[in-house]
Design a protein around this ligand. Structure first.
Ligand code: AP5
Ligand code: ZN
Length: 216
C-alpha cells in the first residue's frame, strides 16, 4: 500500500507510523526524521534544514522534494510505503502525485489524525526522545521507568528544540495555513480517511487499521 499520514504537529504521526508500517511490512518514511538525522550528522542538508526547523517553518520545497524523490527511488519503497510528514503543502502533494503517476502508480489512502490544539500542546511539551535509539517517550502518557533515561536502550532523553511552547504555537499556525488545505485536496480525490487520534496509542492504531481493512 502507498499511504500518507497527515495531521498537526504532535498528533502522533510518528508514533502511529511506526506501528502501521510494521503491521503492513512497508517502510516508514518520515521527512522530519530524515532532516533530524542530517542535523545530528552535521551534513549540509542538516545545517540548512535546522534554520527552518528551529523556527517551526517548513524547509523549502525544492530541498524537501529532492530528498523524498531520492528516498522513494530506493528498493524497499517500490511495493509500498507510509509517508509521515510529507506532503506538507499542496505544491508538495502535486509533485508527489506526478512522481507516482510517472511510475504508473498513485496513493491508495491518506489517513488524517484528528486531535485538538490543547492536546497537541500537552503531547509536544511532554515529549522526550532518546539520543541513542530515537525512541519517543512522553513524561505523563508514556513515561520511562527512570526519568531522563530510555527504557529500551539506556540512552539519554532530550527535548526537541522545536518543542518550546512558542515554537509549538507557530508550528500549529503553519499547519493551519499551509498543511490543512491538503485535507480538501485529498478529500476531493476520494482517498482521505479521518481517524480520531485521541485516547490510548493502541486504540488509535486500531482505528487506523480499521480504515485500512475497509480499503482492502
Ligand atoms: P516533523 O518531525 O514531521 O514534526 P511534526 O509534523 O511537527 O510532527 P511531530 O514529529 O512533532 O509530531 P508527531 O505527529 O509525529 O507526534 P509523535 O508521534 O511524536 O517535522 C519537523 C520539522 O521538519 C518541521 O517543522 C519542518 O521544519 C521540517 N519538515 C518535515 N517535513 C517537512 C516537509 N514535508 N516540508 C517542509 N518541511 C518539513 O507524538 C507526540 C508526543 O505525544 C510523543 O511524546 C508521544 O509519546 C505522545 N503521544 C502519541 N500518541 C499519543 C496518544 N494517543 N496519547 C497520548 N500521548 C501520545
Ligand atoms: Zn533508547
Amino acid at each position: 500500500m502507498r499511504l500518507v499520514l497527515v495531521g498537526p504537529p504532535g498528533a502522533g504521526k510518528g508514533t502511529q507510523a511506526q506501528f502501521i508500517a510494521s503491521h503492513l511490512s512497508i517502510p516508514k518514511i518520515s521527512t522530519g526524521d530524515i532532516f533530524r538525522a542530517n542535523v545530528s550528522g552535521g551534513t549540509e542538508l542538516g545545517k540548512l534544514a535546522k534554520t527552518y526547523m528551529d523556527r517551526g517553518d517548513l524547509v523549502p520545497d525544492e530541498v524537501t522534494i529532492a530528498m523524498v524523490r531520492g528516498r522513494l527511488a530506493e528498493d524497499d519503497a517500490q511495493d509500498g510505503f507510509l509517508l509521515d510528514g510529507f506532503p506538507r503543502n499542496v505544491a508538495q502533494a502535486e509533485v508527489l502525485k506526478k512522481m507516482l503517476a510517472d511510475l504508473g502508480s498513485g496513493l491508495d489512502l491518506v489517513l488524517e489524525l484528528v486531535v485538538d490544539d490543547d492536546e497537541v500542546v500537552r503531547r509536544l511539551a511532554g515529549r522526550r526522545t532518546c539520543r541513542s535509539c530515537g525512541k519517543v517517550w512522553h513524561v505523563d502518557f508514556d513515561p520511562p521507568k527512570k526519568e531522563g533515561v530510555c527504557d529500551a536502550c539506556g540512552g539519554e532523553l532530550f527535548q526537541r528544540d522545536d518543542d518550546r511552547e512558542e515554537t509549538i504555537r507557530h508550528r500549529l499556525e503553519v499547519y493551519q495555513e499551509q498543511t490543512s488545505p491538503l485535507i480538501n485536496f485529498y478529500a476531493d480525490e476520494g482517498i482521505l480517511r479521518g481517524v480520531d487520534a485521541t485516547g490510548p496509542v493502541e486504540e488509535v492504531t486500531g482505528r487506523a487499521m480499521g480504515e485500512l481493512r475497509k480499503f482492502n
